[in-house]
Design a protein around this ligand. Structure first.
Ligand code: NAD
Length: 494
């Protein structure tokens, strides 16, 4: 818990129960319902982020080796934008929404009143530990709830910073942080909440949902999946490759829920992205020299060349790539890479340094579909390319697996775009870019099927933490006798 004296106490079921009781009392007092409270808490989050940006950068560097620019842009600035957008829209969101009534209730008026759910639990993940902890909090306080946040223990520096800062900047009678791992989360999950918002993997998502079911608590599950990128010919390949790279390695070195998991392209186009490497001896021959210039003349190896432009010839030394979060994830990723039928498919990268927990951006060509890497979310710097004869086959490949959190296509073909939008089911789609849908406040962000339940961002965050109460107003006029017994045949014929 935020607060030095309580930090030493074990956070067990009893502690969780008294925390929830305390917050229920605070919620019942009505404080969190007022516009003033919601506004002041959002301003507090904003101020906290402004005044501690360098502490946030330092915590993210400690947890993930995250480059400063990524921390500032994708964690601090995005959180700020969320707060500012909520502050701008809050009055409008809180206003009852007038709706039409029907002849049955004539004369009457009706409206949808958004009411806070009560006391909510937010459990977040380690990869964007600042943003993913606080972005749902923005929605929860905008909607007028009391909140318990449980950050991820896998990003301990950010978790500690959140506990400290929220204690200083937020109303601690209604907003609390509980630090900890499985035992603490289990103790929290045993309690009755009014909503549980969980970000993380599907295995734990199932644990969360089972715990919530005991109390009929609604959940939002922000999960992951294998997000594909389809690459067509006849496009600006350099821009496409840059956008694929930044959405993959430029997002926490691939440790992002909407990072591209694999590429699907045609057999003809694949060498333009990356070719099979030449034997080393050729590097010193005339042919080797020619092969270095050919890519620029005939557009081959574009993905590889752009990667080298961004991260240099020795990406293990690059300061612009996050490291792998911990040795468990490092081992998990090297296992995917070292599977026999996969390791020989590496066409670029593959280097790793266990002492730095770093793996170079790695591209694999034509990995078998039954390999481990094609059957679990990669969540790291490895990018397999699958090739097909006709691009239309890519839709069957995508639709044959679990529904991903995101899917991307690069094409100028209008029919292909339409086909993609109408036939690929994913949490969100982007045409001719990757990951940017995340930044559009007006779009819901969430998964479908295995990639999640529910959505947030912008007004969707407010709605995720509100009950939409249906209210009908009537007067004493228009009291139709047909409603009342006795139910005569005459009434039936009316
Ligand atoms: P994680 O290990 O940090 O776990 C997430 C949370 O679950 C943590 O707070 C952790 O304490 C808790 N937890 C772990 N085991 C638990 C258990 N047995 N019982 C109760 N709680 C438990 O994060 P992760 O799951 O490794 O995160 C990566 C996954 O999250 C990927 O699948 C990724 O795609 C997904 N993700 C999704 C989004 C999204 O917005 N949809 C964002 C980020 C990550």
């Amino acid at each position: 818990m935020a607060g030095e004296d309580k930090k030493q106490q074990p956070f067990d079921s009893k502690a969780a129960s008294s925390l929830v009781a305390e917050l229920r009392g605070a919620f019942a007092s009505g404080t969190t319902r007022s516009y003033q409270w919601r506004e002041s808490q959002l301003r507090g989050l904003l101020r906290m982020t402004d005044e501690h940006e360098q502490d946030i950068v330092a915590a993210l560097r400690s947890d993930l080796g995250k480059p400063e620019l990524e921390s500032v842009l994708y964690e601090a600035a995005m959180l700020r934008n969320s707060c500012k957008f909520a502050l701008k829209e809050l009055q409008r969101w809180m206003m009852p929404e007038k709706v039409k009534t029907s002849l049955t209730t004539f004369p009457s008026s009706a409206e949808i009143v958004s009411e806070p759910l009560g006391v909510v639990l937010i459990i977040s993940a380690w990869n964007y530990p600042y943003l993913l902890s606080l972005d749902p909090v923005v929605g929860a306080i905008a909607a007028g709830n009391a909140v318990v946040l449980k950050p991820s223990e896998i990003a301990p520096a950010t978790s500690a910073l959140l506990a400290k800062l929220l204690g200083e900047y937020m109303d601690s009678s209604s907003i609390r942080v509980v630090e900890g791992a499985v035992p603490e989360t289990t103790a929290l999950l045993e309690q009755k909440w009014d909503k549980i918002f969980y970000t993380g993997n599907g295995r734990v998502g199932r644990i969360v949902m089972a715990a919530a079911a005991k109390h009929l608590t609604p959940v939002v599950l922000e999960l992951g999946g294998k997000s594909p990128v389809v690459v067509d010919s006849g496009i600006n390949l350099q821009i496409a490759c840059r956008r694929i790279i930044v959405g993959k390695w430029g997002n926490n070195n691939g440790q992002a829920c909407i990072a591209s998991d694999y590429i699907i392209t045609t057999k003809d186009l694949a060498p333009k992205l990356v070719r099979l490497p030449y034997p080393h001896v050729l590097v010193f021959s005339l042919y080797g020299v020619v092969s270095c210039t050919l890519p620029y003349l005939f557009q081959v190896d574009v993905l590889k060349n752009e990667l080298e432009t961004f991260y240099g010839k020795n990406p293990l030394e690059s300061k612009d790539l996050s490291r792998i979060v911990n040795s468990d994830h490092f081992t998990r990723l090297t296992k995917l890479l070292d599977e026999d039928k996969v390791s020989k498919k590496v066409v670029y990268g593959g280097e790793r340094d266990p002492t730095k927990l770093q793996i170079a951006p790695t591209i694999l060509l034509d990995v078998p579909r039954d390999s481990l890497i094609m059957n679990e979310e990669i969540f790291g710097p490895l990018l397999p390319i699958l090739t097909v004869d006709k691009l239309e086959e890519s839709f069957d490949i995508i639709n044959s697996g679990a529904k991903p959190l995101a899917a991307y296509i690069f094409t100028n073909d209008k029919k292909l775009k339409e086909h993609f939008v109408n036939n690929v089911s994913a949490g969100g789609l982007v045409v001719n870019d990757t990951t940017v849908h995340l930044a559009v406040h007006a779009l819901p962000f969430g998964g479908v099927g295995e990639s999640g339940i529910g959505a947030y961002h912008g007004k969707f965050s407010f709605d995720a933490f509100s009950h939409k109460k249906a209210v009908v107003y009537r007067s004493f006029m228009g009291d139709a006798a047909i409603r009342y017994p006795p139910y005569t045949n005459g009434k039936l014929r009316l």
